[in-house]
Design a protein around this ligand. Sequence first.
Ligand code: NCD
Length: 335
Amino acid sequence: MTSPAPTHSDRYPAGSAAFPHRDLVGIAGLAPHEILFLLDEAEQWVELNRAAHKRADRLAGLTIINAFFENSTRTLLSFEIAGKRLGADVVNMHAAQSSVKKGETLIDTAMTLNAMRADAIVIRHASSGAVRLIADKVDCPVLNAGDGQHEHPTQGLLDALTIRHAFDLGKGAFFNGLTVTICGDILHSRVARSNIHCLTTLGADVRVCAPPALMPAEVEQLKVTPFHDFDAALQGADVVMMLRLQQERMQGQFIASPREYRHLYGLTPGRLAKAKPGAFVMHPGPMNRGVEIDSNVADLPGRSLITGQVEMGVAVRMACLEVLTRSQRGVEGWS
Ligand code: NCD
């Protein structure tokens, strides 16, 4: 089903050339070997996180600021846990309690974080492009924890790592031969965009399914097959990834009613039966149970990877923080 797993040594360039980027703003533009490098680096952290003693002091002495201008449960917590498990000092800035509420501009907030000499800044913001803007103003690595409907790169990576584990693919493996159906509010979803870039770069066949109003016009430019008929999109799918309706990004009416939406696009046990036998179910959370996904699918033992995604999230964020701070830490072989 998949190409043979190549070894590390013949896959990655040496030292900092393995991931020659200061920031992680998106998956778009990353080379296949750069994505695989981050996933492979994450494997050691999956192991550490499963051990009784979950601490590696690689980032001791470094300060990481999590600047979240939008709500978050999983992403904020897992970035915090990731930084702490690596021994860094982690500080969380919640926009609701910050000077943003007093009218401070994004650039002024960025300059303030920069003056505090953070060693890495993790940012979530409601505006697409805000993270790039901040990255261009500060002196340390910036990690995008979700910007508007643009990208959520660590989610794309953690989803790829979850798929790699579910299919027992191992390090270095591409995803050729796997069909992944992403269904829901594709238009407003940064998770969909990062997943599309990540999965297609790794060689998977990606299908996107949404009602016409929630399908982005740019879908033609992405290497995916668009569907409006969920049953057709499910045929032959190895993985079904469900997305929430992002009401907070909707101005106007995009769906007739939640009831009709569930009828056409909700993942019920009957619908799941239309995918490949044994197909896996994913969802980045937060879930709206009974709308895009039924509880008896979301909690299906052996088939639902949803808690596995959360687990992989910590490992992937540890890998990203560790790799992006290597040049600052003067790690051997990195310039
Ligand atoms: C997603 C997000 O914030 O983009 N959640 C997450 O990070 N796990 C998806 C969503 O909010 O629907």
